[in-house]
Ligand binder design. Structure first.
Ligand SMILES: Cc1cc2nc3c(=O)[nH]c(=O)nc-3n(C[C@H](O)[C@H](O)[C@H](O)COP(=O)(O)O)c2cc1C
Length: 353
């Protein structure tokens, strides 16, 4: 019996061709120095390509030193970083996968940072976030906002030059783009406060201006906030529609991250807990979506695709546990002659025979 009618199917968006529907979502490794990817990143990402993932998305990579979550996060604000990424891109390609990169700015969630900036001088809400003290940010001036838009553009240009197949902007989880579109963290009275989605729109347009027209641009959004006074998914859909109109090709639908989790505000964290958000965004925008959140039970993930709730599924923590998650998943589900396994590298085939 065929168990993976959908996960094994190829996918095409503009000139991005994926051999299956499996995405490794961005996951910070906090293992870089000066924002430069190193052997850890090389092995980490190449291993998932060996493991047959259709699309690897490199962790949040930042447009400026004070845009990093930690001093150990990746950056793309100089050419040394770009050249180090190129080695990873080439290696992932050599193993038959496609690779994107998530470009972002941490805003008020920057830790161990002397110059923490945000749309408004509003503290995150918890003194202790991920074991680090968060500071009250200072409010960005209008000129600084425009500079950050330009920094996004330059980082995207470097990502294109490094050979990435797609770009994902980090507009989720309480980082800078999200901070701007959220009423919780943006109380400005200038145009960036009157129109909270303007900053995200400007970043999207700046990114597209340096990308080949056939290279897809994705944005990850939090389609619902999971904290006190957080916005609901109707507002999340408005954000998605605005960013779709600005020109993104694909929406990676997540949630939360802009404040401490509040009872009754978040879904139960069980299999596919954010799929409803992906469905809603897909229906409202007509754009393809990536669903994420506890989708490592392949039957659940296949069902998400079967129902048309999303076009791609991302599997995060399970891929930290197992670089060969996709190969092992097919093997354990008794892939048979009727439905042979896909994506097994030749040197590993005896292991999956
Ligand atoms: C160690 C770790 C680092 C993460 N870093 C990022 C990141 O850089 N960017 C991002 O958008 N999400 C990040 N996430 C969230 C994941 O991409 C994913 O959305 C989340 O883990 C839920 O998917 P899962 O249940 O399959 O793990 C991170 C998650 C983990 C566990």
């Amino acid at each position: 019996m065929a168990k993976f009618r959908f996960l094994q199917q190829p996918f095409q968006l503009k000139n991005l061709q994926l051999k299956n529907r499996i995405v490794m979502p961005p996951m910070c490794q906090y293992s870089a120095q000066d924002g430069v990817p190193n052997d850890w990143h090389f092995v980490h990402y190449t291993s998932r390509a060996v493991g047959g993932v259709g699309l690897v998305i490199v962790e949040m990579t930042n447009v400026a030193p004070n845009g990093r979550i930690s001093p150990r996060c990746l950056g793309l604000w100089n050419d040394t970083q770009r050249d180090a990424f190129k080695r990873i891109v080439d290696s992932v390609h050599a193993q038959g996968s496609k690779i994107g990169i998530q470009i972002g700015h941490a805003g008020r969630k920057a830790q161990e940072c002397d110059d923490v900036v945000a749309p408004s001088a509003i503290h995150y809400g918890a003194e202790d976030f991920a074991g680090q003290n968060l500071k009250t940010p200072r409010e960005l001036s209008k000129a600084e906002i425009l500079e950050i838009v330009e920094l996004f553009k330059q980082s995207v240009q470097r990502a294109v030059d490094a050979g990435f197949d797609m770009i994902e902007l980090h507009g989720a989880h309480g980082y800078l783009i999200h901070q701007f579109y959220s009423p919780k963290s943006n109380t400005r009275d200038d145009e960036y406060g009157k129109d909270r989605m303007l900053f995200g729109e400007q970043v999207i347009k700046a990114a597209k201006s340096v990308m080949p027209s056939e290279m897809p641009l994705a944005i990850r959004i939090s389609a619902q906030e999971y904290s006190e006074n957080g916005f609901d998914s109707d507002y999340g859909v408005e954000v998605a529609k605005r960013f779709a109109a600005a020109g993104v090709d694909l929406i990676h639908v997540s949630g939360g991250g802009n404040g401490v989790l509040a009872d009754g505000k978040h879904p139960e964290f069980s299999a596919g807990y954010q799929v409803g958000l992906a469905r809603k965004v897909k229906q409202a925008t007509g754009l393809p979506t990536i669903a994420v959140g506890m989708l490592d039970d392949a039957a659940v993930a296949d069902h998400v695709l079967a129902m048309g709730d999303a076009d791609l599924v991302a599997v995060g923590r399970a891929m930290l546990r197992d670089a060969n998650w996709w190969l092992n998943t097919q093997y354990q589900q008794n892939a048979s002659d009727a439905q042979p396994m896909q994506d097994v590298p030749a040197p590993y085939q005896r292991g999956f025979a």
